[in-house]
Design a protein around this ligand. Structure first.
Ligand code: HEM
Length: 256
């Protein structure tokens, strides 16, 4: 399908937006490391507050940076085969999930060691909901898009839900992280936060970088002309599959 000259022009902008996401995502990870490493004493796995520090770092790496990158693979690898991109998408999500589990073990371990109750805050409620739905989304994605048993009709039916919840949970993860940042600052620098101390400014700036990362990823994935277009061979395979699985329309622009 031929695009308009304006669409062709906007296609050239995609690499710049992609570069922006990577700069923002890596900056968020570095800022989290500097905040907790420099101002909060560093990291350990000993039940102390240093174990709690592992939690935000793993969550920002897993639930935000890697999650965002997993969403973006369909826009980056436009010429790779559909199956390769699907496997990459699932593998980055799995890595994100492992990082999130380590992050959760760190905070639950810290609470157990310090006799602090679990799951009392809004942050923790939203956080657990995010992780549970993230796992559900991953398993459903695997069953519908990677296991051979699923029919074309089922995939086409489930795809909009998968995309909607994928982006929705990504937004929820960023909102949860913002609550976590504020909560941690109130634990650590309650008396000096209002005095614009460097730690408070750094952590607030981290929040803004996370929001900017989310907005940029969201913009890229919602631009229709930047979606992956199914190539003719894949289309032919889909058509063949369609006839085998009765009366479906292989008209997916993203072609999951
Ligand atoms: C999407 C990312 C995140 C998720 C899914 C998440 C999830 C959770 C969960 C489920 C708990 C409860 C643990 C328990 O009750 O034992 C928790 C606690 C905590 N989190 Fe996060 N978290 C995330 C990011 C962050 C970030 C970026 C920070 C920033 C510093 C943070 C700071 C904290 C703190 C201080 C606690 C202990 C207090 C509490 O239970 O609310 N979290 N988190």
């Amino acid at each position: 399908m031929e695009g308009t000259p304006l669409e062709g022009h906007s296609l050239g902008l995609l690499p710049w937006f992609m570069a922006a996401t990577q700069i923002l995502g890596l900056t968020a990870v570095i800022m989290t490391g500097v905040w907790l490493g420099h101002y909060e004493g560093g990291f350990a796995w000993d039940g102390s507050s240093l174990e709690l520090n592992v939690h935000p770092l793993c969550m920002v790496i897993g639930m935000i940076f890697l999650y965002g990158d997993a969403i973006l693979v369909y826009r980056v690898f436009k010429n790779e085969s559909k199956t390769t991109v699907k496997i990459l998408h699932a593998a980055i999500h799995l890595t994100a999930l492992v990082a999130a589990i380590v992050g959760l073990l760190a905070v639950f371990g810290y609470h157990a060691a310090q006799n602090i109750p679990n799951m009392y805050s809004l942050h923790s409620w939203c956080g657990l909901i995010t992780v549970i739905l993230f796992c559900t989304q991953w398993v459903m994605g695997l069953m519908f898009f990677l296991f051979p048993g699923s029919t074309y009709a089922l995939r086409a039916c489930y795809r909009p839900l998968h995309e909607y919840f994928g982006l929705g949970l990504f937004i929820l993860a960023i909102g949860t992280a913002l609550m976590g940042i504020t909560e941690k600052l109130l634990f650590s620098i309650r008396d000096t936060y209002s005095k614009f101390v460097p730690q408070g400014i750094l952590a607030n700036a981290l929040g803004l970088v996370l929001v900017s990362f989310g907005i940029t990823v969201g913009y890229i994935v919602t631009r229709s002309e930047w979606r992956r277009v199914t190539n003719p061979e894949e289309e032919a395979l889909s058509m063949h599959f369609k006839t085998l699985t009765e009366g479906d329309s292989p008209d997916s622009p993203q072609g999951q």
